[in-house]
Design a protein around this ligand. Structure first.
Ligand code: PLP
Length: 398
């Protein structure tokens, strides 16, 4: 992934700044830290990059989802509409909050469909957790409108599409609150880390307090701080923030390179009539971290995936992938947990074992994805174009 490809002197310098002061904690210690505030600096620059009023750095993307749900007021029995094509982290966060994940179909954007969201709404629905899946966006105008019309909170998890935008507005600024991850497999990485972003002062106050045991962060004396609410520890450390800061400054370069490299691969795909690209509601805003496309039917999609694998192309057939699709989530189907999940105390729990999402299944069976890297040289890109062409020709008998 992009971030890991670009580690260098910049990350080392930011980390050394922190190590030289020895203050790894993001708050307080003002007289020892020589004005080094990596988490705060990251938050300022990240909010500015997004065009959001506030950002808060935290320990992971899952933490960012948990904070987003908490500040949205999600508690026991509240239904949250979620997609079946995602890494499971946001759904685990709903379960931890006591909420009830309610699955709705995706459309050919690969994100939640606004029509399916509308159909899944019940009197207990409190929020929609929209995941901007693998580089690009859902149909944002309609999704925002469905949430507004039905008085639902929109929580946007933009972890897989950081750097993307829709009609000039950054992904991660459409939600009442939005979540990001900087784990090792994300567009920028801090090893581990995450962030939430929002425009509301009230949600921001709740977020930074909740992420740090309810501390109000007023003044510079930890011992004298008040804690108006109960919270948790989702704090990010200065070391992680230091790496995230160096990576954030590389993000415009990452997106530019990905777009160039994705365009070169798209040229090859355009030679094959049977290939249809993923629907991207604003193609100019695609973060281009991946290239997703459809074949007319499942057998052809699987054949294309196998042929790409044979050529050594980083690709995925998510319908059968172990991680990112509900059909493989045996732990969720059986609600296998080491403690009694709060949702077992409510009576509106869907039958996860027998989820029926035929529209999503039909889309996913036809889907193939190629991963786009940042550091491909022109030579490498030519070689990849040729290998992708060979794979497609052999799979599609051309
Ligand atoms: C959409 C989404 N949200 C949240 C996460 C969780 O991020 P983290 O690994 O930082 O907890 C991931 C991780 O892959 C993800 O894909």
């Amino acid at each position: 992934m992009a971030g890991t490809e670009l580690f260098g002197a910049e990350e080392k310098k930011e980390v050394m700044d922190v190590l030289e002061t020895g203050i790894l904690f993001r708050y307080n210690h003002d007289d020892q830290r020589e004005n080094i505030w990596k988490a705060k600096t990251f938050e300022q620059e990240f909010a500015q990059y997004l065009g959001s009023k506030h950002a808060h750095f935290c320990s992971s993307g899952t933490a960012a989802d948990a904070i987003s749900l908490a500040v949205s007021g999600i508690g026991v029995g509240d239904e949250v509409i979620v997609p079946p094509y995602t890494f499971i982290a946001p759904i685990e966060a709903v379960l931890m909050a006591g909420g009830v994940p309610v699955f709705a179909d995706i459309d050919e954007t690969l994100c939640l469909s606004p029509e399916a969201i509308e159909k899944a709404i019940t009197p207990r629905t409190k929020a929609v957790l929209l995941i901007q899946v693998f580089g690009s966006m859902g149909r944002m105008d309609e999704i925002v409108e469905v949430c507004r019309k039905n008085n639902l909170k929109l929580i946007e998890d933009a972890a897989p599409a950081l750097g993307g935008s829709y009609k000039g507005k950054m992904l991660g600024t459409f939600g009442d609150v939005s979540a990001f991850s900087f784990d090792f497999y994300k567009i920028i990485t801090a090893g581990e880390g995450g962030a939430v972003a929002m425009n509301s002062d009230e949600l921001y106050e709740k977020a930074h307090m909740y992420a740090d045991h309810g501390h109000d962060h007023i003044g510079n004396n930890r011992g004298a701080e008040q804690h108006p609410i109960l919270g948790f520890n989702f704090r990010g450390s200065e070391l992680h923030a230091a790496v995230a800061l160096a990576q954030l400054r590389k993000l415009p370069h990452i997106i530019e390179q990905q777009r160039k490299n994705q365009a070169a691969l798209k040229e090859v795909l355009s030679e094959f009539d049977e290939i249809q690209l993923r629907e991207v509601p604003d193609p100019e805003g695609d973060s281009a971290t991946f290239l997703s496309f459809f074949l007319p039917e499942a057998t052809k999609a699987k054949a294309v995936f196998d042929a790409l694998q044979e050529q050594g192309i980083g690709s995925a057939y998510w319908y059968q992938n172990n991680f990112h699709f509900h059909r493989q989530w045996e732990h969720l189907k059986k609600l296998r947990s080491i403690y009694p999940l709060p949702l077992t105390a409510v009576d509106n729990v869907p039958d996860y074992e027998n989820l029926s999402l035929p529209v999503t299944d039909a889309i996913m069976q036809r889907l193939v994805m190629i991963q786009v890297m940042v550091n491909w040289s022109d030579e490498k890109l030519k070689e990849l174009q040729s290998k992708v062409r060979t794979a497609l020709k052999s799979a599609l008998n051309k």
